[in-house]
Design a binder for this molecule. Structure first.
Ligand SMILES: NC(=O)c1ccc[n+]([C@@H]2O[C@H](COP(=O)([O-])OP(=O)(O)OC[C@H]3O[C@@H](n4cnc5c(N)ncnc54)[C@H](O)[C@@H]3O)[C@@H](O)[C@H]2O)c1
Length: 519
């Protein structure tokens, strides 16, 4: 066991703040050897200095650092003077060490002129200067990476560190299966093919090259790949295409222990799940979603389906996958408008359960729209966790799954009225604005301005054309959440606290529509 990285630097360089934030982003634990020493000694560090002297403190520190280097798997911050010990510097040779550098003025400002730091109590600026002059060469000698922190906020420093340390895959449990969010994950596919003689890889023409590369990895694992190209987008989700896939499986002699792999956007994973659910009454399916919407919504949760003449997703089955590998590197080729549409579902997770998603997106919408940014990886993983929490709790009958449909009643109505020519995420964006108006009109939390602002910052639509209320109302009446003649909406009591509401009046529905359709 080794730390992901070890952070060193002078007092005021931000080791604790940055270390904790980095650990959170990586989904690992944070440890600070100063806290270990205090726990061991049973008193704060200044008291150790006063009662036993600096030599005793340094001995405790050497031991604490050696223990942590040997037993901690997450991010580790060392006290400012830990590098003074030659034995410690020798141990650091085998580790990835990040040196957070800071200029004297910023350091003095950040340490608050010596509060709680025994070596800085007397004349902080002068003392800090001596300390830094003495220690800077030592920090540099152990560092694998140096990051300058002057005039930088912790979030920016964490982003820079992530580029060095690398994102680690985040694993989210859905009970019977895991979703993994990270980069270059497909090498893991063979581990989900145990016992299979064949794996049918359903993919579209867009992703033929990636599918071919996957087929090689599958073949290398001793499993026969069946590359199966299907039409793009919604055209994949038909009974005819499913039947063509069944024919292919039949020809290949596909058995119960074989595996279907859905490689593509939500349309392909919905189809692949449906084919797997129905072939021989159910074979394993592994989803490799390649759109953001697929990663944070369609491929996780176990719903599969195809469209029929009477409507979208009317035929399908619950068929949980064996695994979902959300390989963020595939997003590089996703058209920007599809990436933004996926972000609508991510933002939705922020409103219904994890306000941190909203804050992070609002802080840097440009990074959210950048396929390879650490911020996108972070908020996507958070959205997957929100869905996992809701779905796994719902299996215990709590009924919370409906909350995932925040903004969806109006969104489904738009999709229907527009004959499914709108991107789902775009419709969800407008639907969230509509739900926000309904929330305000029914005396709940007012998130209208915040909703519009965050969606507009992502280039998502927030308005819908006027003059279509009757059509939209008719479509909303047959929404899946409706019970008989009663329409139900997910509305926010507070951000992160949704409820299912069935007493919205037609007048309120009309007024909310007037708001989203006014110019
Ligand atoms: N099962 C569920 O719980 C669930 C939930 C939400 C949505 N859905 C379904 O998901 C579908 C929408 O998913 P979507 O938005 O991913 O649409 P999609 O699958 O149609 O993909 C959108 C477009 O992006 C392309 N694409 C996907 N990944 C790409 C990549 N990496 N590089 C280049 N192009 C790429 C696709 O070929 C397509 O043209 C709908 O059918 C919807 O009903 C299902």
């Amino acid at each position: 066991m080794k730390p992901v990285c070890v952070i060193v630097g002078p007092p005021g360089s931000g080791k604790s703040t940055v270390g904790a934030a980095l650990a959170e982003r990586l989904g690992v634990a944070f440890r600070d050897t100063d806290l270990d020493i205090e726990a061991l000694a049973g008193k704060p560090i200044p008291e150790i200095f006063i009662d036993e002297g600096e030599d005793h403190f340094r001995a405790l520190e050497r031991q604490a650092v050696a223990d942590a280097l040997n037993g901690h798997e997450g991010v580790l911050a060392l006290g400012g003077g830990a590098v003074l010990a030659e034995a410690t510097r020798a141990l650091l040779d085998e580790h990835r060490v990040v040196f957070l550098n800071v200029g004297l003025s910023d350091a003095v400002r950040r340490v608050g002129l010596g509060a709680g730091r025994p070596l800085l109590e007397m004349n902080p600026r002068a003392t800090l200067k001596v300390l830094m002059d003495q220690r800077l060469p030592l920090y540099r000698s152990v560092a694998s990476v140096t990051v300058e922190t002057d005039d930088c906020d912790p979030a920016g420093i964490v982003d820079e560190l992530l580029a060095h340390v690398g994102e680690r895959p985040v694993r989210v449990s859905f009970g019977d299966y895991d979703a993994v969010i990270g980069r270059d994950l497909w090498s893991q596919v063979p581990s989900y093919l145990t016992g299979a003689a064949q794996a049918a890889i359903l993919h579209t023409a867009h992703l033929a090259e990636r599918a071919a590369a996957l087929a090689v990895a599958v073949a290398d694992a001793g499993v026969r790949p069946l590359l199966t190209e299907v039409p793009d987008a919604e055209a994949a989700k038909s009974v005819e295409v499913a039947a063509a896939c069944w024919d292919r499986l039949a020809e290949a002699g596909f058995t119960r222990t074989d595996v279907v792999i859905g490689l593509g956007g939500g349309a392909v994973t919905d189809l692949a799940g449906f084919v797997a659910a129905t072939w021989l009454r159910g074979v394993r399916v592994v989803h490799l979603p390649t759109s953001l919407l697929g990663m944070v919504d369609a491929a996780i949760g176990g719903k599969t389906g195809v469209n029929v003449a009477a409507g979208k997703n009317l035929v399908g089955a619950f068929h949980p996958p064996a695994a979902v590998l959300c390989d963020l590197s595939t997003l590089d080729s996703l058209p920007p408008a599809d990436l933004a549409a996926g972000l609508a579902e991510v933002v939705k997770c922020g409103f219904i359960a994890d306000p941190e998603i909203l804050r992070r997106t609002e802080t840097d919408p440009k990074a959210a729209l950048t396929a390879d940014s650490p911020l996108l990886a972070d908020i996507a993983a958070r959205a997957v966790k929100v869905k996992a929490d809701v779905v796994t709790e719902d299996l215990r009958e709590s009924g919370r799954r409906a909350f995932l449909n925040y903004g969806h009643t109006f969104a489904h109505a738009i999709e229907k009225v527009e004959n499914y020519t709108w991107r789902h995420g775009d419709a969800v964006a407008v639907g969230m604005v509509y739900a926000a108006h309904l929330g305000r009109l029914t005396g709940r939390v007012d998130v209208v301005d915040r909703t519009v602002a965050v969606l507009e910052s992502l280039g998502l639509p927030t308005r819908y054309e006027a003059g279509k209320f009757d059509e939209l109302l008719a479509a909303m009446r047959v929404d899946k959440k409706s019970v008989g003649a009663t329409m139900r909406f997910v509305l926010l009591d507070e951000i992160g606290s949704p409820s299912l509401v069935d007493d919205v009046t037609e007048e309120q529905l009309r007024t909310a529509y007037a708001e989203v359709s006014s110019t």
